[in-house]
Design a protein around this ligand. Sequence first.
Ligand code: SF4
Length: 385
Amino acid sequence: MPKPRLRCSSLDQIINCPASFTLIPLVVDTDEDSEASTQGNWCHAQAARRLIEEHGATTPTLIKFPKHYEPDSIDNWVVDFYLEEFLDQVPGDWAIEVENELAYDYGRFILTGHQDALAVSPDIETAVAVDLKRGRVPVDEAGANWQILGYLVQVKRAYPSLKKIIYSIIQPLAMPDLGYERVSTVMLEGDRLEQAVPFLTGKLEEALDNPSLLQTGWKYCRYCPVANTFQCPAVNAHVQEMKLTLTKDHIAAIQQQPDLQQLGEWTVDRRMLAGLMDKAAKLLKEQIGNEPLILERDGSRIILADRNGQRRIESEPGWQKLVEIFPSEECYECIRLSPTEIEKQLAAFFKIPKTSKKNVSGQSEFKRIFGSITHQDPTTELIIS
Ligand code: SF4
């Protein structure tokens, strides 16, 4: 059997849910490239190109830009921020390499990982490296991030003479106001750097020794192709195990009100499952056909029905009409151009009922003023009974 190849970007998942490594080869990854990943790819390519052209960086690969993608001002700002943070830490005479894929054999597995940017001092004793995150969802900070530990170990392997490595995650769109730093850094030197390799390999060997241990967690399940096929036994257990035998322990654990831990667990589960549930409904809509689907589990009946879609107002003439009718405060309330909100504001402003069969109402005024620029496309919906 070939040695398993573990990617640094999947270490969090492999360490926490070792069985994912057993299941992933059995499924086809159905996740399409999202807009977010295209944006991220463009920012990485642009940052690499600028480091090569403006700072003499080298690369072993061809820098590829996503096709047909037009970057916006946020993308360019992300790249500027990232380069400034990286170059601030790098003296002018250090060698910089970008987009370097490293792969090393650690006995029972091969670890692979992609370094966004790495700078090494002329005496090859110190290195500074950075990992760019284009997304807004905060990641674990560098000092508690398995992916970064994997990268650190790979850099040490590539340059065994290094005595100190400083590794930063740069996430320009993280929100410091909410307590998420845009830059987090970990520094390993001396013994701690030497011990990083056996520490990580020990953790990964432990995971490989537990190929049946499944554990859900939204941080890693959301990137897992098994979750995307709706066949992960652990995720499905979250959703389906709604029948069990009440025990004394259950009764003892019931409180009059849910506590913060319970509310937190529901919130995290919602985060983990909401995207999957939306995707399942989308796939079902595409495949269900005209016959009702009866669930074996509980007899639930699902059909596809035609519905009127959401009402949508043409934005430019919609705004013109709003500013003609309302002072600024009411306009602000209608900022989403929601027909329902506009009906409410019309009713309040003109002191008329919101709905009425006989008299002028918010609804009838909406129809009179906005009717010609409001559209409602037909749509289909899954009805469950
Ligand atoms: S979906 Fe989550 S629990 Fe299931 S295999 Fe993947 S990471 Fe593990």
